[in-house]
Structures are given as C-alpha cells and as structure tokens.
Design a protein around this ligand. Structure first.
Ligand code: BES
Ligand code: MN
Ligand code: ZN
Length: 502
C-alpha cells in the first residue's frame, strides 16, 4: 500500500470530500477551531452530541456524522483526543489511526483531516503532521499478500489530505508529513518481513529484499555469502547454520558510504529467520512465533531505508547476520566449542541460545567500520519477555547512548528500559573448557546475554544492546499496531539518529 499525502491550505468545512476528520478533547463543551467551524455548518450537531453525553472526547472515541448537504463533505468523522493535559504525539498518532481505520471501514478511499495537535494541542506543526501521517499509515497496515479471497477486504486508502487554514504553516506541515510517511512506510517494511512466514522469508529472501530496497533508495548494499564468512572466521555465527537450511549470509547496508567526516553508527540486527532451538529443540507450542526471530534484522533494514530517504547527515551501517537455526546431523550440539571472529572460544551449552552466537561475530565485525557507536537489536531472550513484556525493550551498555535512545523511545513510544551491567554477572559465563560459555543459566538471563555480547564489542566503542523479545509480534491490537508484527525498532532508531549527538 502506498498512500498519497498532501497538505492544502483551506477550510475543513468547505472540502468536497468522502470524509473529513476533526477532533475533540475530553472535557471540552464548546469546541473551537476546525471542530467549531464544522459544528456551525452542521447547525450544532457536534455540540448536541457533547451535551447529550454521547461523545466525551475520550482517546480513540469515534463518531460519524452525516451532513446531508449542509457541507460539501459526505461524512464527518469525529475522534477523541483524550484529556488535553495528557496530550502528546502518541495521542495524535492513535487518534489518526482510529479515524483512518473507521474511514476505511466505511469504504472511504480519499480522506481529509485536520492536523491533530497543531492547534490547541500545542505540538509544533512538524511533529503534529508527522504524528498524523505516521498514525494513519501504521494504523492502516495489513498483511494481505497471502490471502487469495479478497471480496470482503475493504480497499486501501489512496490519499490523505491534511487541511490547514493558516498558510504560513504549510511548509512545516509538509516537512513533518514527509518524515511521518518515511518513518511509517519503513516500519511497514519491517512488519512485512516479520509477518512473512519463514518458508518464504528465509535468509535468501531477506537479503534479496534488502538489496532491492537499497537499490530503490540509494543505499550501498553488500551481501557476504557463506564462503566469505568462513574465510573471515565467523565460526560463532556459522555454527548456528550447521544444522542446514538456507545458507547463512550477512547483509551490509551503508548510508553515506565513503563520505568523510561524518560520525559512524553501526546498527546490528539479529536475523534468525526461524529459530527451532536446534538440537536443544523448542516445544511445539508457540514455536511459530519464531518466524519473528529476525525482527532485529528487519528493524535495521527499515531504519536504513528511512536514513537514506531522510538523507541523515551520518554514516550509518546496518549489519544483519541471517540464518535459520535448524537441527540435523551436522547441527551444533550442547557441549560443542566453537571459535569466533574475536578469537575467543565459546562453549555452547544450549543450541537455543543461538542469537548471541550470530550477534557476537557481527558485533566484532562492526569494528571494521571504525564506528563512533554500535547499537544491536535482537529478540534475544525469553527472560526479557518475562521481565519487561511487550512495552519496553531491555537496554544495556553505554549510559549516554542509552539516554539518547531513551528520549527517542519516549517520543516514538518504542520504549526502552535500562538493565544492570554489573561485572559480577560475568561470573555466570565462566566455562570449564573454553574461554567463555554462551549461557549464564536462568538467573538474570537477559542480563547475562547482554554481558556475553559485550565481550565481542570492539574495545572502547560506545555500545548499547536492545532486547526486544516479545515486542516483535503482539497478540492484541493497539490503535496503530495490528495483531502481528509491530516493526519495533525502526522508529526508535530513526528518531535516535535524527537527534544524533556526538
Ligand atoms: N529467540 C529466542 C528468544 C525469544 C523468546 C524471542 C520468546 C521471542 C519470544 C532465543 O533464541 C531463545 O531461544 N532464547 C532462549 C534461550 C534458552 C533456552 C537458553 C530463552 O531465552 O528462553
Ligand atoms: Mn533460540
Ligand atoms: Zn532466537
């Protein structure tokens, strides 16, 4: 789905439209602005709704009015923004998503909307427009490519027109809208990769999608095939691929490659396209969710797309080690010891702790780019799901980098939360037979996983690890996140990179 977004200067009550969207804050009895203008044209229908107690303006509350000739528009969609004192970009994203989904249900294909939050909400015109476009596109996202029966599926919206009466704001709204569209569409790319089943979205497929996308947006893309990875000595990563399946590979995406004097940021994403657990095989229940074990890689690919389209003034590298984790006669076994690009020998005690093996070599390889910062993102541990659930990623590493991510996480609502990195935890990673064991047992499993990764990060490079296990696929929908893949990480990364402080 690709939607045409435009900003026009005009009055909402004069738009000839299939539907116009206006808003109401909770507790407001006499609406102002665009809502007042429409109410007047509708001879007070909106105030009647409020007075009758039928519409309170609660977040995501929705009502549809039919002007029957009083306005050139066929429908008015009224959406609640919640309490004004609680209003943020998040409320604007949610309200936009709710209104857009309602419009689509009604068969609307061209939607006109005011920019929620740009008036009484007190947001800047840029961030309000960004939020409205982001919320609309993310809210309308569906994964339909494998459905053959389409009769009951409502058509996609083809256009969104933001209507603003103050001409002096048009440029700001347009630039915000562009950012919102890039953020949202890049998130949808990540969602597609995660939703797509593992028989289709294997390493070959993901590498092909990344390289096609790179071509489209002007990123440099290099794919390291298995022989090259072997040559380099990425035995930790490759051991995950010993059990067969599609050959492992590493995708390297680069934005502003070769441009000198730019800070370099490397993003590393776990790309296990299906995690059976290997010889330490997982139980059947919920194993299907492991098609999403490449959500870190998807987030990195989506973020690189956005970085290119936004022309961010940074040198950004995306590294995604891709492999399936399968059991067969050649698969890694518990007790095996393998080498790594760093040179450390690693004892494998559970082949289901495979993500850290792939990431260890990718993190070491990140050093090739002489980075100023490295951030990895991974559906790494069940322990993270238990600790933080689906509303925060566990974050470990450099404090100031972590703080930058935290700020971006609040803004995008892709939140992160710090986990401790006390050296004492490293005790759990002592091996009897090798330099290090990859698993520290049950206590603080997500923490020891992060500590394990830290041993492979190039010395002195600020690094943060993000565990997003459980956040990549959700079972219950939210206003702008449908059941299924969330695209978690794309907006968090892009926001962090947009605000980059060296
Ligand atoms: N991919 C999983 C972690 C995961 C769990 C992601 C739930 C999303 C939802 C990871 O590779 C894994 O299997 N971790 C295990 C390792 C353990 C069995 C040694 C874990 O943390 O439970
Ligand atoms: Mn696993
Ligand atoms: Zn895994």
């Amino acid at each position: 789905m690709s939607i045409q977004v435009n900003v026009i200067v005009g009055e909402i009550q004069k738009q000839e439209a299939q539907a116009v969207v206006v808003n109401l804050f909770e507790g407001v009895e006499n609406p102002g602005g665009a809502t007042a203008a429409l109410d007047q044209a509708l001879s007070g229908q909106i105030t009647s709704l409020i007075k009758g107690g039928d519409f309170k303006g609660k977040s995501n509350e929705i009502a549809v009015l039919y002007p029957s000739g009083k306005l050139p528009a066929q429908r008015v969609i009224l959406v609640g923004l919640g309490k004004p004192e609680k209003f943020t970009v998040e409320a604007a994203r949610q309200a936009s998503a709710t209104a857009a989904k309602k419009a689509r249900d009604l068969g609307v294909t061209h939607l006109h909307s005011v920019v929620h939050g740009a008036g009484a909400g007190g947001l800047s015109p840029e961030s309000a427009a960004q939020a409205v476009v982001e919320g609309t596109i993310l809210g309308l996202y569906r994964f339909l490519e494998l459905k053959t029966k389409r009769e009951d599926i409502k058509p996609d919206l083809t256009s969104l027109t933001l209507v603003e009466f103050d001409a002096s704001r048009q440029a700001a709204l347009e630039s915000g809208a562009t950012v919102g569209q890039i953020m949202a569409e890049s998130t949808c790319l990540a969602r597609d990769l995660v939703n797509r089943p593992a028989n289709i979205a294997n390493p070959t497929h993901i590498a092909a999608v990344a390289s096609e996308m790179a071509e489209d947006v002007g990123l440099q893309c290099r794919i390291m095939e298995k022989p090259e990875l072997e040559e380099l000595g990425m035995e930790a990563f490759l051991s995950v691929n010993w059990g067969g399946g599609d050959p492992a590979r590493m995708v390297i995406l680069e934005h502003n490659a070769g441009v000198s004097d730019l800070p370099t940021v490397v993003l590393v994403g776990k790309g296990i396209t299906f995690d059976t657990g290997g010889i330490s095989i997982k139980p059947a229940k919920d194993m299907w969710l492991m098609k999403g074990d490449m959500a870190g890689a998807a987030a990195v690919i989506g973020a690189l797309r956005a970085a290119a389209l936004l022309e961010l003034p940074l040198h950004i590298v995306g590294l995604t080690p891709l492999t399936e984790n399968m059991p067969d006669a050649f698969a890694a076994k518990p007790g095996d010891v393998v080498g790594s690009l760093k040179g450390l020998t690693i004892e494998i005690t559970n082949t289901d702790a495979e993500g850290r093996m792939a990431l260890a070599d990718a993190l070491t390889y990140a050093g090739e780019f002489h980075p100023d910062a490295i951030i990895d993102i991974a559906t790494l541990t069940g322990s993270h799901v238990v600790a933080l659930g689906e509303h925060a990623a566990g974050a470990m590493g450099d404090e100031s980098l972590l703080e930058q991510l935290k700020v971006a996480g609040e803004e995008t609502r892709e939140r992160i939360w710090p986990m401790p990195m006390f050296e004492e935890y490293a005790e759990q990673l002592k091996s009897n037979v090798a330099d290090i064991v990859h698993l520290g047992g049950r206590p603080a499993g997500c923490v020891t996983a992060g500590i394990f990764l830290s041993k492979f990060v190039p010395n002195d490079v600020p690094w943060v690890h993000l565990d997003i296990a459980g956040m990549e696929i959700v079972a219950s929908p939210r206003p702008y996140i449908a059941k299924g893949a969330t695209g978690m990480g794309v907006r968090l990364f892009v926001e962090t990179l947009r605000n980059w402080k060296v």
